[in-house]
Ligand binder design. Structure first.
Ligand SMILES: NC(=O)c1ccc[n+]([C@@H]2O[C@H](COP(=O)([O-])OP(=O)(O)OC[C@H]3O[C@@H](n4cnc5c(N)ncnc54)[C@H](OP(=O)(O)O)[C@@H]3O)[C@@H](O)[C@H]2O)c1
Length: 267
């Protein structure tokens, strides 16, 4: 209690020549944790939310890469802390929750962004089961577990927002249509784990329907990253737009949906 009250006082470094800058008091700064933010869409989302005044917890499993990303964002004036988050190690989930609780006592935004593909181009009839399991571990189970651990902190926010970074490749509507534009982009592990993540969005949002928390899935688009490849259509700046919109939804914004930019996508 004492810690929270203390945190809500204007901090000395926020005094400027006009007096205390109330926007910058710890209790008013919005906080956002983004997993897999050392590069790609996660990094760009951290940058854009940071520019909006959010304090960023930059999730990275690799400390060296994470610290390099933190240094780059700080050089652009963004308030950011490294959050050591390995999606294969739940111990790090508890450590990050403790870090945020000790700093702020609450969390406003969780962006479940870390993701990887293990079975691209492999047919469902032949894919090694380990690759399917690995996909679900990283793209689904880890996000469920991290979210559950952070929910008590999100519940303390006036406007908690959970963004599950999904993919149009997880759409059952498109996967079940042989003529859909997905073509042969139908990997069981990657696509199936994104479908499961979408199920988490739908079911968790129902569970939290009487709270101030909104839960949505977003498809960033096909974005130029290590995962998306050089031939992708969108630049990073636009690839982060859906995440930023869903993270900053107003009170009357949607919950329990699947979106790209502001458009609804088929489940
Ligand atoms: N790019 C696209 O076209 C596209 C389209 C639809 C959806 N998405 C989704 O967007 C999200 C971000 O993808 P991206 O394109 O930005 O890919 P990216 O550049 O490859 O970045 C992926 C991030 O996830 C992290 N990550 C992967 N496995 C992890 C693990 N086990 N523990 C912790 N972190 C892990 C990576 O960390 P390391 O650097 O340590 O590997 C990296 O920070 C993913 O969920 C992806 O599925 C991307």
């Amino acid at each position: 209690m004492e810690k929270v009250q203390q945190a809500c006082l204007p901090q000395p470094h926020t005094l400027n020549r006009f007096g205390p800058d109330m926007r910058r008091t710890n209790c008013m700064i919005k906080t956002a944790l983004i997993s897999g933010a050392n590069k790609g869409i996660g990094f760009e989302t951290a940058k854009q939310l940071g520019e909006l005044g959010y304090k960023i917890y930059l999730g990275s499993r690799d400390l060296e890469k994470g610290n390099a990303a933190v240094t780059e964002l700080r050089s652009q004036g963004i308030e950011v802390e490294l959050a050591h988050l390995d999606m294969s190690d739940a111990k790090t989930f508890h450590q990050v929750a403790a870090q945020i609780e000790s700093d702020h006592g609450l969390l406003d935004v969780l962006i479940n962004n870390a993701g990887a593909t293990f079975d691209q181009g492999i047919r469902a009839s032949e894919v090694p089961i380990d690759k399917v399991r690995e996909s679900f571990e990283v793209n689904f189970f880890s996000h469920v577990e991290l979210t559950q651990i952070l929910l008590p902190l999100l519940m303390k926010s006036d406007a908690g927002r959970i963004v599950n970074v999904s993919s149009i490749l997880g759409s059952l509507t498109l996967n079940s249509d042989p003529t859909s534009p997905l073509g042969t982009w139908r990997s069981l592990g990657y696509n199936g784990s994104k479908t499961a993540l979408n199920a988490f969005t739908a079911i968790l949002s129902y569970d939290l329907r009487n709270t101030k928390i909104k839960v949505n899935s977003g498809h960033p688009g096909w974005v130029k990253t290590d995962l998306g490849g050089k031939g992708a259509l969108l630049e990073l700046k636009d690839g982060a737009a859906t995440n930023v919109w869903l993270a900053t939804l107003p009170d009357d914004g949607p919950t329990g949906g699947f979106f790209h930019m502001h458009a609804k996508l088929p489940w």
